[in-house]
Write a protein that binds this ligand. Structure first.
Ligand SMILES: [Mn+2]
Length: 265
């Protein structure tokens, strides 16, 4: 289980060497934000695509890349995925990425993989149903429209009455951008630090209806791997920001990390 790679292919290689990863026997699962901000996005995507045993969930940077790649959004100044955009296999990369899920549940290990988090208002089955709505949009004929309408911070709280693009936008924000929220699932998307804004708390701090299911997530580099809980494991340790790339071995909970080879891009 590997946290946000964000194009740091050299460190991914270092990490897999350190854990003596054997592609034919072992599985490597990725918690989203495979790409962007880092230098070697094409190498990361090509490597993961050819792994025989892998599972990926999409992060906000992966979705942003898709939106730029299909022309639904212009690139931001900090985006580094020109290597993907100019790849001869861009169409194949788009197709592969948009067929990856936002959520993956592993019944054998009783764990959930998600990029950002799960809103406390939904049990895991409800989360799966909602994530399936996004997968249907992303794999369907209107995926370019979905990507164009995905951006924004509103609506910031769930209602079963939500429909269409606002409904899909909020579900996407929960699974790929969530950090702080309220018990009612009200989203706060401005703060990235460890300091909660008034009235909000980290999404994993709220009681869940299914607490025995372990939630594995990335996205929140400022946590530096610390949630203080066994039931929520944070694996983004900010490699692209010059810190480290971290893996968790599910079999025994062993954590392995390698240092970033370079500082902030
Ligand atoms: Mn992210």
């Amino acid at each position: 289980m590997i946290g946000d790679v964000q194009g740091c292919f050299d460190e991914l290689t270092d990490l897999l060497n350190k854990v003596k990863f054997k592609p034919q026997q072992d599985s490597a699962w990725f918690l989203g934000d495979l790409i962007n901000r880092g230098p070697k996005n094409l190498e990361v995507i090509n490597f993961i695509r050819q792994l025989p045993n892998t599972q990926v969930v999409l992060g906000n940077h992966d979705l942003h890349f898709l939106a730029v790649a299909v022309g639904s959004q212009t690139a931001s100044p900090g985006d580094t995925f020109d290597d993907l955009l100019s790849s001869a296999d861009l169409a194949g990369i788009i197709d592969w990425l948009r067929h990856q899920p936002l959520l993956y549940v592993d019944p054998a290990n009783r764990c959930v993989l998600v990029h950002a988090g799960l809103p406390p208002i939904w049990d895991v089955q409800t989360c799966l149903d909602r994530a399936q709505e996004i997968q249907a949009a992303l794999t369907g004929p209107d995926f370019v429209d979905f990507l164009a309408q995905m951006y924004g911070n509103e609506p910031h709280v769930w209602s079963d009455a939500l429909t269409g693009p606002p409904r899909l936008r909020l579900i996407t924000n929960y699974f790929t951008r969530l950090r702080y929220c309220t018990a009612a699932g009200e989203l706060e998307l401005q703060h990235k630090t460890e300091q909660a804004p008034a009235g909000f708390a980290p999404w994993f701090s709220f009681p869940r209806s299914d607490p025995s299911i372990k939630i594995l997530f990335g996205h929140w580099a400022a946590l530096n791997g610390e949630t203080g809980l066994d039931s929520a494991v944070a694996l983004d340790t900010g490699c692209v920001w010059g810190r480290s790339l971290t893996a968790l071995r599910l079999d025994d909970g062993k954590i392995t990390a390698v240092p970033a080879r370079r500082k902030h891009p």
